[in-house]
Design a protein around this ligand. Structure first.
Ligand code: GLA
Length: 742
């Protein structure tokens, strides 16, 4: 039984082969957090984890002589208005102006499997025995507001999914001012906080810092996406934790809007982790009979280092967050028109690019921005999702058929939530954009955000897009989002509901994804947001892959994909080989390195094949053949290990190993070449020590290799010959090793 209930002590023990999570209902009927970490034997004595001691200034939560104080009790869901003075998980404003609330235990139920979250993306189960869910129902006696805390423990993963639901069962209207998804409290502060932060073109770099007393954390207020700046993920790791050893706790929010991830360390050295929707500019009006569901927070515990944590997220998100037709399928190798053509194309040029792609073995041609409305640059056209017949006289339906007739699939770019003021849509519905009355409407990339908090707007765009999809042969959609939300205000909501706009926009976007993925289940969706501003678990539920970053440079991508892999599986990472000098950093990297990086993702090209000399085209053909051979291993079946950290050294490296450990592909990447440098070893992971493997690699067309046992490859490592790196090009040289049991 994954959820054990000790009736006498009122303790819930959520456990599987990996973790234990303990909750106690305290004497004052509020839920207390007792333990979270490596699996423990079940015991009826877990109440000893409750520690108490009256200290100066502490408020007591029950009539004296009780000594229960919420100031030190570790809580499951701290509520504002008690003797707990740290940041709360929720705050509720009542009709009389009070924010004093007290949710106490009313009942609980334990259900097999995992109920879904209404209107929100979430992890799921396919059969009842995959997980068990504890739902704790608490009630505020005065207002009748019910708070349900939900905990799902998965059988096969060291993961617990949490969320909260508020239901107003009393007569009055209450305002949620803060309604986070999860709170987890720890007994000691000997941790580092790890986060994935950056900016456009350098998303999800790994940053760590020691915990300090007081507040620390990250957040996003960008509204339309989880953001380039911070990913909705944090981890607490022990200072000594490495990629392969030691403890780490991950917190990942299944949400694409404003979020908060905060750690508050008390002056008793106890950290409280809070995660959920950012309370800034958030309020939710809850009238009698209404309910509000928070996004899901997925907790992962690892005692096998950061790789152990990441592998749990990869497996869970690959199998039980992503869904639908493409979930278990290797992804088509594509060519995207953007960096090759930008806005400058006509039908002939597109057909030519598609033909060239087909000829080298590409399987899907993607027409990016510029095909619709009056769209010849980024000043106009967004919102007018009808083909620009001047550029493409056969229309999208005709063009898509011509491309399919070539024997290659066709995909199309959209930016469904966006509008240019210079568009027919804006002229017809000037009030459909998000803007505050009487205030300046800040443009960004000359565009504005359609108000997706209004169902009629979502429906209008949904109808337009569905109609086009029904008429054409479209196998793939790149759904972009190229600006953040400013002046958040909806003309469709009353004054008392303006604090709901940003969350409602995200719900509207999710509802359109739900509609389109339901109506067109075989279309492969790739989410995108000016590169990687929407690389989050919420999007992964609908779109099983996401464009990692607009930075396509071969070395920059090693860092971006390395950081992204902290949470997200390789199969979710949109990664393309682009032209040199690279359009973002102007750097020249070897063609082999650009491919060697992109292999560890969905793989594709974003350049004009027709401009490449014949010897490069021959190399491209080989790259495509390589990816076709290994994509099931890399994307679907394999286990991914980070090996060499490119943020800490001149080298980066990783490996994907098949479940039976008989096959693996490893990538080694060097930043700058060294003169007379020291010797280099590349230590692998995940192989079987007692199996002999053939190790094959290619240096400028010359096949090299040898045979070695797994223990040698993992303990002593592969000797990387610097002369080979010189031959490959020196700076930004890389080698991919093909490893197979002999
Ligand atoms: C964003 C995307 C790019 C491309 C352009 C088109 O920047 O990240 O890949 O689609 O939009 O405008």
């Amino acid at each position: 039984m994954p959820v054990i209930f000790h009736e006498d002590s009122r303790i819930f023990h959520l456990t599987n082969d990996y973790v234990s999570y303990l909750i106690r209902i305290m004497e004052n009927d509020q839920p207390e957090h007792l333990y979270y970490g490596k699996k423990l034997h079940d015991s009826d004595g877990f109440a000893r984890f409750h520690e108490e001691d009256i200290r100066s200034h502490m408020a007591i939560a029950l009539p004296e002589p009780s000594s229960l104080s919420l100031q030190y009790a570790r809580q499951e869901y701290p509520v504002y208005g008690s003797g707990d003075f740290k940041m709360p998980a929720c705050s509720v404003l009542q009709e009389n102006g009070s924010r004093v609330m007290c949710f106490t235990y009313e009942s609980h139920r334990i259900v097999s499997g995992k109920p879904s979250l209404k209107g929100l993306p979430a992890t799921y189960t396919e059969s009842g025995d995959e997980a068990e869910t504890l739902e704790l129902t608490l009630r505020d006696r005065l207002t009748g507001t019910v708070l349900m805390l939900s905990y799902t423990i998965f059988r096969d993963y060291p993961a617990i999914a949490r969320h909260a639901e508020f239901r107003q069962e009393g007569p009055e209207t209450v305002m949620l001012e803060r309604a986070l998804s999860a709170c987890v409290e720890f007994p000691d502060m000997d941790y580092e906080l790890l986060q994935l932060s950056g900016a456009w073109g350098r998303e999800r770099y790994i940053h760590t810092r020691p915990l300090e007393m007081g507040l620390q954390g990250i957040h996003s207020l960008t509204g339309s996406g989880s953001s380039h700046e911070h990913n909705p993920f944090i981890a607490l790791k022990r200072p000594e934790t490495t990629e392969t050893t030691g403890e780490a706790y991950g917190f990942s929010l299944v949400y694409s809007g404003n979020f908060l991830a905060e750690v508050e360390v008390s002056t008793f050295d106890a950290p409280r982790v809070l995660m959920g929707i950012n309370p800034v500019n958030f309020t939710w009006r809850l009238e009698s009979g209404e309910s509000f569901v928070t996004p899901e927070c997925v907790l992962v515990y690892s005692d096998r280092g950061l790789n152990g944590m990441s592998q749990a997220y990869h497996a869970l998100y690959r199998k039980r967050l992503a869904k639908g037709y493409w979930r278990d399928k290797a992804r088509p190798i594509l060519l995207n028109s953007w960096e090759g053509a930008y806005f400058d194309f006509d039908e002939e040029k597109i057909l030519q690019m598609a033909r060239e792609a087909r000829d080298v073995g590409v399987e899907l041609f993607v027409l990016d921005d510029g095909w619709f409305g009056n769209r010849n640059n980024d000043w106009s056209g967004l919102g007018d999702w009808c083909c620009n017949m001047e550029k493409l006289p056969s229309g999208i339906d005709g063009l898509s058929r011509k491309i399919e007739d070539m024997g290659i699939k066709f995909g199309l770019w959209f930016e469904m939530e966006m509008i240019n003021k210079d568009s027919d849509l804006s002229r017809a519905h000037p009030d459909w954009l998000i803007a505050a009355p009487g205030r300046f409407e800040s443009p960004s990339r000359h565009q504005h955000i359609l108000d997706f908090s209004r169902p009629e707007v979502v429906n209008y765009i949904g109808d337009l897009v569905s109609d086009l999809l029904r008429k054409s042969r479209i196998s793939y959609i790149k759904w972009d989002m190229n600006r953040y939300m400013t002046e958040p205000y909806s003309a469709g909501l009353s004054a008392s509901r303006q604090g709901e706009v940003m969350h409602r926009h995200i719900l509207g976007m999710y509802s359109l994804y739900e509609r389109l993925t339901t109506e067109f289940p075989e279309i492969l969706f790739e989410s995108c947001a000016g590169g990687g501003a929407r690389f989050d678990p919420g999007m992964l539920y609908y779109a099983p892959q996401a464009w990692c970053s607009d930075d396509t440079d071969g070395w920059e991508r090693v860092k971006i994909q390395y950081g992204t892999s902290m949470v997200y599986p390789t199969v979710s990472m949109g990664s393309h080989v682009s032209a040199v000098p690279n359009h973002q950093v102007r750097r020249i990297t070897p063609l082999a390195t650009r491919a060697n990086t992109a292999y560890f993702g969905t793989f594709g090209y974003e350049l004009v094949l027709g401009k490449m000399p014949e010897e490069e085209l021959a190399e491209v053909r080989k790259q495509i053949a390589f990816m076709k051979k290994y994509r099931s291993l890399i994307q679907i079946d394999g286990t991914f290990y980070r090996l060499l950290n490119p943020f800490k050294s001149n080298e980066g490296g990783w490996i994907t190993v098949s479940p039976d450990k008989k096959e693996a592909v490893a990538g080694f990447y060097q930043r700058l070449n060294k003169v007379n440098g020291s010797f280099l070893r590349f230590k692998l992971a995940g192989l079987d020590s007692d199996t002999a493997y053939s190790v094959r690699f290619n240096v400028c067309g010359e096949e090299k290799g040898y045979t070695a046992y797994g223990d040698e490859l993992m303990q002593a490592g592969i000797v990387v010959d610097r002369h080979n790196l010189d031959r490959i090009g020196g700076d930004f040289a890389s080698i991919v090793y093909e490893i197979a049991a002999v």
